[in-house]
Ligand binder design. Structure first.
Ligand code: PSU
Ligand code: MN
Length: 300
């Protein structure tokens, strides 16, 4: 597959400048227009403010792209869910048919690794759905993390998933999970998830030293960054909305790649916009931390 890097990203990677990859499924499927593109630009700006170069990733006309123009981001944002949600498994089909797709965490990790970008910021990674008993639904993000050496800075796993099962699955797959600045694994919209952090680090230099080992051990890693206190929602409220949304999804028979966007959308609607505000805050917070860590990678 052809990899297209924007001039700015190419120059930065070749001259060993810090670059942070950003995903685009959050633009097409995670938020509606125009908040989605406003947020995408805010994340790019947050990376720049911290002294790194943003590389928003997607598949455009069958090509893997690291670094999108403002126009490309606007096009994806306007087209929304009519754009294909592209994970690793979709890549050969997208290439052969010259199709355009937004990149999920797994596809963004593929693009970042090929482009030589080692740090990636997103909102929440996909994991094991709580209704896995009814039909197995484990995000391809999990397996990607087990064999692609890119660090993913996130606010936890998508709130609508089963955190306990997801953490166990990450363990099975050998994926390191480190929480930045907290003893608890964060719950995406909330600072706690009810699960303890296996490892905590308060030090971006230490985190960058862990990332240096990834190409050797051959896995990615999760750096979980709790949502800022002032933007965090109540754990009970989010759980309540999630339960309603999961029941609706079951009743409507929604499954596979439609499940995560459906539940996230319903939870956002039930919260009357509060989840969207929280999502924006955590995304910008993650973009900032990722840029700080990326910078440390180039300190000798
Ligand atoms: N978190 C959000 N909105 C999103 C996603 C995560 O708040 O749209 C996306 C990410 O791109 C992630 C994907 O990789 O959902 C996971 O989908 P699935 O569970 O189908 O693998
Ligand atoms: Mn899924």
């Amino acid at each position: 597959m052809k990899l297209v890097m924007s001039e700015e990203v190419k120059k930065a990677v070749h001259s060993a400048k810090p670059v942070v990859a950003l995903e685009s499924t959050i633009i097409t499927h995670g938020m509606s227009y125009p908040k989605n593109i406003e947020t995408a630009f805010m994340c790019e700006e947050a990376v720049r403010e911290m002294g790194a170069i943003p590389a928003t990733c997607a598949v455009i006309n069958g090509k893997l792209c690291a670094g999108l123009s403002r126009e490309q981001i606007e096009e994806l944002g306007k087209a929304g869910t009519s754009v294909i949600k592209g994970s690793r498994r979709d890549l050969p089909i997208l290439e052969a048919r010259k199709l355009t797709a937004s990149a999920t965490v797994s596809a963004t990790m593929v693009i970042a690794a090929k482009a030589g970008v080692r740090v990636f910021a997103t909102g929440g990674v996909g994991g094991v759905h709580s209704i896995a008993e009814q039909g197995l639904d484990i995000s391809s993000d999990m397996d990607e993390l087990s064999h692609t050496p890119v660090a993913v800075v996130c606010a936890g796993i998508v709130s609508v998933l089963d955190t306990g099962k997801t953490l166990e699955y990450l363990g099975t797959k050998g994926v390191p999970v480190v929480v930045y600045g907290s003893d608890e694994f964060p719950g995406f919209y909330t600072r706690s998830s009810g699960y303890k952090a296996y490892y905590r680090s308060d030090d971006v230099t230490e985190l960058s030293n862990m990332i240096r080992c990834l190409s050797y051990v051959g896995t990615g890693m999760i750096i979980a960054n709790p949502i800022p206190k002032e933007a965090a929602l109540e754990y009970e409220t989010v759980s309540e909305y999630t339960e309603i949304a999961v029941t609706e999804a079951k009743n409507l028979g929604i499954a596979s790649k439609e499940l995560t966007p459906f539940i996230l959308k319903r939870v956002a609607e039930l919260s009357k916009g509060k989840c969207q505000e929280a999502n924006i805050a955590l995304l910008v917070n993650n973009a900032r931390l990722a840029a700080r860590i990326a910078k440390e990678l180039y300190v000798l």
